[in-house]
Design a protein around this ligand. Structure first.
Ligand code: SF4
Ligand code: ZN
Length: 304
């Protein structure tokens, strides 16, 4: 079978659209789709420094690879940021991979650790949690969001890009629905152009399977060892459920994504609150003390 765009042999068939691509045309299609998402949701403005959150997994390395190519032809700069959660045996390998990859691409790379920022590693935090129902990933996610905010400020950047793909968005939506966290659906609107600090997800319209293929076909050196906490939540089951639906009816993930876009905008408008400043850390929030400070203080209280 031939590539639809050139005379080379096709190596990838996009089921939901019926298109066939050779390796180069596939990579170009992913780059163009990412560029389109960035421009549609006004993700990057002229002359900005974009901090790219790079964990060492396939999504974040693919994002760094693509944004690095785009930064050569567009008016923005990038810097890679890795957050070290303090998960023994897992993060060390990833740090080495990211360090090497950044050297190869000639991209600056900075590392921030939970230990330095919050005075506790993820393992410390998990030992101190007083409610077993809060999953490791919820605690880790809250700390990571704050660590990335901090890194972005420290680097004098206004925007932080993460490698979340379309599948991640769908899973997060369903997790929020199942756990009754409907407010958080308002945070899922990809247009954050009015926020002081913009958190962008340039792969939010790309299937996870396509990012995996992009990483393989471009020989990206991603870490394959998963985090030991990965299967503690319900995310893996939801991922499998959505993959099985997509296998029976291609394009279902795109349809759900489009519905999430509409719902998230409605929830965001309905829940709009004036921003205040957290009295402990000075970050924007909607109360007196932000949720991150509340959580970190509680964990530390338990420690003493
Ligand atoms: Fe943190 Fe969960 Fe990701 Fe592990 S899988 S790094 S605990 S968010
Ligand atoms: Zn081709």
């Amino acid at each position: 079978m031939k590539c639809d765009r050139c005379d080379n042999k096709a190596v990838y068939s996009r089921k939901y659209s019926g298109e066939n691509f050779c390796s180069d045309c596939f990579s170009n299609a992913i780059l163009r789709k990412t560029a389109k998402t960035i421009s549609k949701y006004k993700m990057i403005k002229n002359n900005e420094l974009v901090c790219v959150g790079v964990s060492g997994g396939k999504d974040s390395l693919a994002l760094l690879h693509i944004l690095n190519q785009m930064s050569k032809t567009h008016n923005f700069r990038i810097r890679a940021v890795t957050i070290d959660e303090g998960i023994p045996g897992y993060r060390n390998e990833a740090l080495e991979i990211v360090e090497k990859f950044c050297k190869k691409l000639e991209v600056d790379h900075v590392v921030y650790s939970y230990e330095n920022l919050f005075d506790l590693t993820l393992d410390d935090a998990l030992l101190q949690r007083d409610n077993e129902k809060i999953s490791s990933c919820s605690i880790c996610g809250i700390l990571r969001r704050r660590a990335l905010d901090y890194a972005t400020k420290q680097n004098n950047a206004d925007v932080i890009a993460t490698g979340h793909n379309l599948d991640d968005t769908l899973q997060t939506f369903l997790i929020n629905m199942i756990s009754g966290d409907t407010n958080k659906i308002g945070w899922m609107d990809p247009d954050t152009s009015n926020n002081t600090l913009r958190k962008i997800k340039p792969f939010c319209e790309i299937y996870e399977s396509e990012i995996v293929f992009y990483a393989f076909t471009n020989d990206l050196p991603f870490q394959s060892e998963p985090c030991p906490h990965m299967n503690e939540g319900i995310r893996t089951e939801i991922r499998e459920f959505l993959n099985s639906l997509e296998g029976q009816r291609s394009g279902i993930k795109n349809n759900l994504f489009n519905s999430i876009l509409k719902i998230s905008q409605t929830v965001k408008d309905a829940n709009y609150k004036e921003k205040t400043i957290c009295s402990k850390c000075g970050q924007e929030c909607t109360g007196k003390v932000c949720s991150v400070c509340q959580m970190v203080f509680r964990l530390k209280d338990n420690q003493t």
